[in-house]
Design a protein around this ligand. Structure first.
Ligand code: UFG
Length: 343
């Protein structure tokens, strides 16, 4: 049988690399397109440790439509392109407020080039890496996909909204396209083997990489951004999802696109459980038998008080739901940090 290729832009990144593993396990042939702008080629070795072979890679900048077109032609020579998963994007909320032009150019530009290349080659199935950031400050949680798209809190958030719009408009045009817009909540953890995980370059902005680095003694104590929010313990609430559960959702989305009439649908990907920052710290300490050095500090600008998912639509349509617990995610995150600390 001809190989079923899934093209993964940004496949050397955090969620991309875990998705490459999940695709391989599901019988697909993942092919990575990445320019290592926020990842390292060593990730491929980590993937190979798990799946037994290095995935094929095309190193290029997704903003170039002609390079993308050439890469897709090369992918089509490997096997039938079952779909494309588009992760490649800049993703630091704070940085996006300092460099909005870079974010607009890279995130929206690469999505436009990809859609153009797909159209030229007649590739129809697209899974887009979006974020719950498209909901802005929601009035209440859990949020479902019908919640209004509120003004973005950052240029990064705006690029996710704009790309969703671009894909939706392309679907509504004469272009032959079928798309899943996957809105992630807070992905954490690492592959259970600790062969791959999150590799923040420089100062980590997100909670778990900072927490694990602080616990490993590589950074000063974690600052909990605000303990005077209107929540039970005063800290912000999020929906933390194990990255391998998230990775499996991408496989489910590709299968769904392959077996359904063309459509363009958004799906929330989360556990449905809101956890406060203080609860996450306590769960990490319990799961790993180690104490986290931390102190309460001022609020961080732009933080949403509370957001967690109603992921029922993904469950109903994609047949997907989370299987791994917060404790497992926190154990895997710590295992990965310990491996990095030893390296
Ligand atoms: N936090 C701390 N200290 C830190 C880092 C984070 O207390 O050093 C807190 C934040 O205030 C927040 C929670 O931990 O309450 C989670 O923060 P993250 O930065 O890990 O994640 P966010 O929810 O802010 O951001 C995530 C994604 C973004 C996405 C956003 C949408 O990282 O890409 O969700 O809400 F845009």
């Amino acid at each position: 049988m001809e190989k079923q290729v899934v093209v993964v832009t940004g496949g050397a990144g955090y969620i991309g690399s875990h998705t490459v593993v999940a695709l391989h396990l599901a019988g697909y042939t993942p092919v990575i397109i990445d320019n290592f702008s926020n990842s390292k080629p060593d990730v491929l070795k980590g993937i190979a440790e798990i799946i037994g072979e290095k995935p094929q890679l095309f190193e290029l900048d997704c903003r170039s439509k002609s390079d993308m077109q050439q890469a897709l032609e090369n992918c089509a020579a490997i096997g039938e392109i079952a779909g494309i998963i588009h992760f490649a994007a800049y993703k630091a909320v704070g940085e996006s407020t300092e460099k909005p032009l870079d974010y607009f150019e890279n995130n929206i530009g690469s999505t436009a080039s990809l859609l153009g290349a797909m159209s030229e080659l007649g590739v129809s199935n697209l899974v887009f890496s979006s974020s719950c950031t498209v909901y802005g400050q929601p009035e209440e949680s859990p949020v479902d996909e019908l919640a209004p798209i509120l003004p973005a809190e950052s240029p990064y958030g705006y690029t996710k909204q704009a790309c969703e719009r671009l894909i939706t408009d392309s679907f509504n045009s004469s272009m032959s396209l079928s798309a899943c817009l996957l809105r992630y909540f807070n992905p954490i953890g690492a592959h259970q083997s600790a062969a791959i995980g999150e590799l923040p370059i420089g100062h980590p902005n997100n909670l778990i990489p900072y927490l694990t680095q602080a616990t490993a003694g590589l950074r000063g104590p974690l600052t909990v951004f605000g303990n005077d929010y209107p929540t039970d313990d005063g800290t912000c609430i999020r929906d933390y999802i194990h990255v391998m559960d998230l990775a499996r959702a991408h496989v489910a989305a590709i299968k769904w696109l392959q077996s359904n009439e063309p459509s363009c649908e958004a799906f929330n990907l989360g556990t449905g459980q809101g956890k406060s920052v203080s609860e996450v710290i306590a769960a990490f300490e319990k799961a790993n038998g180690i104490s986290v050095p931390y102190a309460f500090g001022p609020r961080r600008a732009g933080d949403v008080v509370s957001i967690f998912a109603n992921a029922e639509k993904a469950h109903q349509n994609l047949g997907w739901k989370c299987e791994l617990s917060l404790e497992e995610a926190l154990r895997d995150a710590w295992k990965w940090q310990q491996k990095l600390s030893k390296a």
